[in-house]
Design a protein around this ligand. Structure first.
Ligand code: HEM
Length: 399
């Protein structure tokens, strides 16, 4: 239990943390990796370079400071982060190290403003926050391990089949190398893949959504080759080097961007580009399990050549109302006339396409796409609690 005084200090210093949050977390990561380089094996260096991970951590610490006297309200966020931590392999013993470097970073950035009182209050508060994370994650580790076909840590899978979906997207069908049962998963969940890429000093871990319905004897991930700031060390390696028979170490499925069963309510999925992968899993599952449910899928993509898993979507037939927006349709797209909009979706378009606004929404795509869709849905009067979203990066960096 934190004392009244500690709570008061932490809450009153929260605005300072918001102002200096990014500096503090940037300093934190710099010193943490300098002194504990082995942690570079688990952190995604691309997220670091893009500043997303420091932002996500800063936002979470700020939110925790504001709610320090009612931390239970943060539980959904803790669970979402906990899924990611569990999937990667963050352990209880890592927390004191992170706490130590976070505190030092606060001291380094705030200098004389970080008095002994403030530092002590934050140390106590971090201890409380960390123990909540540790407990949530401990439960997740047990659940992942104890379910039929489940496992702890990373398990070797062999690549059974590689399918090129589009010029930039490839699917990998993988099966456990030990030929033992395979845990089921909730449609929408992801797995972490841990790779030792030649000439790279550290291992690289990435999360990929499981892109097929559950209940098969394989998992499928569908990977886009990343370019630009993303650099795509892992996706390039998967695309160029990984072939049938190769081994990929995977952690057990995780994530809370999952279909929450409510057969009474219509469901609207809105995706862009590679954001279609968890949607395919959810839609295939739903069409099979709840065939009478009203389902709409709205997808934005460059054109049919880049539309990954298009055939599988079309195979769902009449069960799903499908709307497609191409930003750069090809000549053959015009001839086929299988898209509804040329250009970007906006509020008016969504208003026309979504028949029943009182639906449950699942949105998945790039950060900019998701921000624009979330604000359009808000403008259309959709309640925040009806919208679930996932973008492929640290979620709290968008808050
Ligand atoms: C991811 C917060 C402790 C390692 C994250 C994310 C947040 C976060 C907000 C982004 C989640 C997402 O992707 O949506 C925190 C907080 C902590 C904490 C508030 C302490 C109370 C730790 C510890 C470790 C760790 C102890 C292990 C050394 C990671 C890693 C990721 C992550 C590896 C994935 C991010 C990436 O690779 O880009 N954490 N974390 N975290 N965290 Fe933590």
């Amino acid at each position: 239990m934190l004392s009244e005084r500690t709570i008061q200090i932490v809450k009153s210093t929260a605005p300072v943390l918001q102002t200096y949050g990014k500096d503090i977390t940037a300093r934190f990561y710099e010193t943490l990796f300098r002194d504990h380089p082995a942690l570079l094996n688990i952190f995604n260096q691309t997220n670091q370079k893009a500043g997303r991970q420091p932002t996500a951590l800063a936002n979470t610490v700020y939110a925790a400071a504001l709610h320090i006297d009612q931390l239970e309200t943060l539980l959904p966020v803790v669970k979402q982060i906990g899924h990611k931590h569990r999937s990667i392999g963050v352990k209880a013993e890592h927390y004191p190290i992170v706490g130590e470097y976070l505190l030092r970073a606060i001291k380094d950035v705030l200098k004389d403003d970080a008095t002994e009182d403030i530092l002590q209050a934050w140390e106590e508060a971090y201890g409380v926050i960390a123990s909540i994370f540790i407990q949530v994650e401990q439960d997740m580790y047990e659940e992942a391990q104890n379910q039929t076909g489940g496992w702890e840590g990373y398990r070797d899978f062999y690549v059974d089949k590689v399918v090129r979906e589009t010029p930039e997207v490839t699917s990998f069908y993988v099966k456990p190398s030990d030929h033992q049962p395979l845990a089921t998963f909730l449609p929408g969940q992801y797995v972490s893949v841990k790779l030792s890429v030649p000439h790279e000093t550290y291992t690289h871990i990435r999360q990929y959504s499981l892109s097929d319905a559950p209940g098969k004897d394989y998992y499928r991930i569908t990977v886009k080759r990343e370019t630009g700031i993303e650099e795509g060390i892992v996706s390039t390696y998967l695309h160029d080097q990984v072939k049938e028979g190769d081994i990929l170490p995977l952690s057990a499925p995780a994530g809370d961007f999952v279909y929450e069963a409510n057969p009474e309510k219509p469901v609207v999925f809105i995706s862009s580009g590679i954001g279609i992968t968890p949607v395919v899993s959810m839609l295939k599952h739903l069409v099979h399990e709840h065939p009478s449910q009203k389902l709409t899928h709205i997808h934005a993509v460059r054109n049919s050549e880049h539309y990954a898993l298009k055939r599988e979507m079309n195979d769902l037939g009449q069960s799903v109302r499908l709307y497609v927006a191409y930003s750069q349709p090809t000549v053959s797209d015009y001839e086929q006339n299988d898209f509804q909009l040329e250009g970007r979706m906006n509020e008016d378009v969504l208003n026309q396409w979504i028949e029943d606004k009182d639906a449950t929404y699942y949105v998945c795509g790039s950060e900019s796409f998701m921000k624009s869709i979330l604000s359009s849905l808000k403008a259309l009067g959709v309640k925040e609690e009806s919208v679930h979203y996932e973008f492929f990066g640290p979620k709290m960096s968008t808050v």
